[in-house]
Design a protein around this ligand. Structure first.
Ligand SMILES: NC(=O)c1ccc[n+]([C@@H]2O[C@H](COP(=O)([O-])OP(=O)(O)OC[C@H]3O[C@@H](n4cnc5c(N)ncnc54)[C@H](OP(=O)(O)O)[C@@H]3O)[C@@H](O)[C@H]2O)c1
Length: 327
């Protein structure tokens, strides 16, 4: 529902090892209309560990908005390119690459180096990329990597949720939330989805939520109490923070974990260390960065790709925009 995908129509001409085309770049912090401009760029041979793709689609995420406004903590001053994730055809690889020219891949771009996916070409990090499974559409592929790799970091690596446990997902109709909802179901958890409208709750039910709670109209604490028989939730997946997360935290079970993913509300979840001590729960920060061991990282992506092939996880595509509509 909140998942936006940018469809890119390429019209540039490939040269032997250099490619040229257009890229949307933040030239100054501010509102997209003033901050983001289309520039002519060139792409040289990819460095070790990166493949160069001709982009067909790119996921449009909340972090792109944060980057444009100057609120993204991992990037310095402009200029830099937008787009954390992109899908398309490999056009150049370094020696000993996992990929070959012509492969169809989706992956996390080199956006932290200022080269994003809202462009006609993009570098993707080989360790954070997969071949696009046969049944995955271009639009699904363009929005796959960030949401699901983050959900994997939260629910498998950092705050593991086990089969039979209860997972509460905040912002569950957003891109992070909808990915966590599905991955939670795929690992066998009972999933309670929290969102802010009836339409969003219906969306969460379609994507497998066992229970849905509207935080704007329901008494969240009472509803979770009813759903869990007073036991509380084992894991909270929190891309929202602020008051919504603070309310959810009242319902965390003994030995529970809150996975802190993001701040869509504008503020992180407020934590009270004395409360954590007295109620025996853990708060875990989650940033979906590649694992130090490349084999472990590849295994994470293989598992996600297999779940996608089985149809257990799917990018929910909400709106598709054209390349010219980035602003
Ligand atoms: N840790 C990581 O590695 C990682 C990776 C990706 C994203 N993130 C972070 O996760 C957060 C969410 O990203 P996303 O891509 O999931 O965003 P998204 O698709 O826009 O979804 C965010 C959800 O948050 C809820 N929300 C509550 N208050 C909001 C507000 N004031 N403004 C906007 N939404 C609000 C909305 O649901 P309701 O209408 O139902 O409230 C919305 O569906 C961001 O802070 C992002 O930077 C972190």
């Amino acid at each position: 529902m909140q998942y936006l995908v940018l469809k890119i129509v390429t019209n540039c001409i490939a040269r032997s090892v250099m490619f040229s085309g257009r890229a949307w770049r933040v030239l100054r912090f501010g509102e997209p209309k003033e901050a983001v401009e289309l520039q002519e760029m060139t792409w040289g041979e990819p460095p070790s560990g990166q493949a160069l793709i001709r982009v067909r689609t790119a996921g449009a995420g909340f972090p792109d908005v944060m980057m444009t406004a100057g609120h993204f903590p991992l990037l310095g001053a402009p200029p830099f390119g937008l787009g954390e994730e992109a899908a398309g055809e490999v056009v150049a690889v370094p020696p000993n690459s996992r990929f070959a020219v012509g492969d169809q891949v989706t992956g996390i771009t080199a956006f932290l180096e200022g080269r994003g996916g809202y462009a006609e070409y993009a570098y993707v990090r080989e360790e954070s990329a997969i071949r696009i499974p046969a049944d995955m559409t271009d639009e699904e592929a363009g929005g796959f990597p960030i949401g699901f790799r983050t959900a994997y970091a939260g629910l498998v690596e950092r705050a593991p949720v086990e089969a039979g446990q209860t997972l509460l997902v905040l912002g569950a109709a957003g891109s992070s939330g909808a990915s966590a909802l599905q991955l939670g179901k795929a690992v066998g958890a009972t999933v309670i989805a929290v969102a802010g409208s009836q339409e969003k709750l219906e969306f969460c039910t379609r994507y497998g939520a066992d229970h849905v709670v509207n935080y704007r109209t329901d008494d969240v604490t009472t509803r979770i109490d009813e759903i869990t028989g007073g036991c509380g939730v084992d894991v909270i997946y929190d891309p929202v923070g602020g008051d919504t997360a603070a309310t959810a935290l009242k319902s965390i079970a003994r030995n529970g974990r809150i996975a802190m993913i993001g701040v869509a509300s504008g503020a992180p979840v407020p934590l009270d260390s004395m409360d954590m001590l007295l109620r025996n729960y853990t708060a875990v920060g989650v940033l979906a960065t590649p694992h130090d061991d490349p084999d472990t990282e590849t295994a994470a992506w293989d598992r996600l790709a297999n779940l996608a092939k089985q149809g257990a996880i799917t990018t929910p595509v909400g709106t598709v925009y054209g390349f010219d509509e980035v602003r």
